[in-house]
Design a protein around this ligand. Structure first.
Ligand code: INI
Length: 176
């Protein structure tokens, strides 16, 4: 269902660009909604580079709870490495039990080609799950040069994924 803009910034008024008689006066914008109440969220976390992954998880769950997702509505599955994430995401998506999914992992550049392979394959696999199933997936698999970079990014990335998951779940409901 299309609704007028209702975000804190937008109020109920249709969006206006360029003043009273702007060319976008009559469009309706689907405002981003970050209310997590009633949403069911599945998380798939890799255990490779586990300290980083646990940091991602902690930030993500904290933010989901802050947005109103109930702890009982969050399901966590862990897998050995980032390459295993897409299959479990797909199974969760196909179960019909989740409004949104989150993938968490860390691929840290080593000396070998494996970095490129794992980075590229997990990325396209995760994207494919969302497109094939219609269930939104927030990709929180960090791909970094070194561990320090991963440590610096884990908190903001976990939080960003929670917000993206809730926003996308609400947007798809609004478009249903
Ligand atoms: N998995 C990761 O999640 N991160 C990595 O950095 C990584 N490296 O560097 O190899 C990694 N490899 C394991 C891979 O994801 C699979 O678990 C493994 O190939 C078994 O399928």
């Amino acid at each position: 269902m299309f609704r007028p803009k209702t975000s804190k910034s937008g109020g109920d008024a249709p969006r206006t660009e360029g003043g009273q008689n702007g060319r976008f006066d009559r469009i309706r914008e689907l405002a981003p909604r970050h209310e997590g109440q009633g949403l069911s969220v599945g998380i798939v976390m890799s255990r490779f580079n586990q300290t980083i992954c646990e940091g991602l998880l902690s930030a993500c769950v904290d933010e989901l709870l802050r947005l109103g997702v109930a702890a009982e509505d969050i399901t966590l599955a862990t897998v050995p490495g980032a390459l295993e994430i897409p299959l479990v995401l797909r199974r969760m998506a196909e179960s019909g039990r989740f409004d949104a999914l989150v993938a968490l992992g860390a691929v840290i550049r080593g000396e070998t080609y494996h970095f490129e392979l794992v980075s590229n394959e997990q990325g396209s696999g995760i994207t494919r799950v969302a497109l094939d199933t219609g269930v939104p997936v927030a990709n929180g698999v960090l791909t970094t040069e070194d561990e320090d970079q991963a440590i610096a990014r884990m908190q903001p990335k976990g939080q960003e994924c929670a917000e993206a998951a809730v926003e996308m779940a609400n947007l798809l409901k609004d478009l249903a």
